[in-house]
Design a protein. Sequence first.
Length: 172
Amino acid sequence: MKKIVTVIAAALILTGCKTSEANYRAAYETAKRQTEARHGDPDVPTQQLQQYNMPRPTAVAPGDTLPMLRERVTPVNVEGITTEGKMQGYNVVVGQFHQLFNAKAMLGRLIPGGYKDAFVVKNSQPVYYVIAQSSATPDEAGMALRAVEADSTMRLRAPLPFILCPVIYGAH
């Protein structure tokens, strides 16, 4: 009898700790219900993200308009990848996420894919922006943005890519 109880307990422990699609689905449904209870609409956080972080068309040269967003951001050092000396006035954003984990994953794909100077910054929400390339002038940023748009390895949906013009916390 004792042996049977031990075997059943071991089986429950070993199978109970595994992550499964059902576990993820249950967690998602719970979070969705909690959001509905607070806001009445499960998509409110997504809508707020999209409204808050929408780039605006900005004329940078005669005949050239780029989608730009000016926002306060702070650098995020990700496992040995720093923003030290990388961030300039015009940054091509190819990803925006609520979770740092997702930004790290995208960064992990960008660097081996040829974007060796890619890095991550965040705003106060926090929304993590993945920057593919940084430029000092709007003209350089425009060329970098067009190159990212033409890159067949990038699968981006609107409003991406866009140019982030950072306002660094603590800078005057």
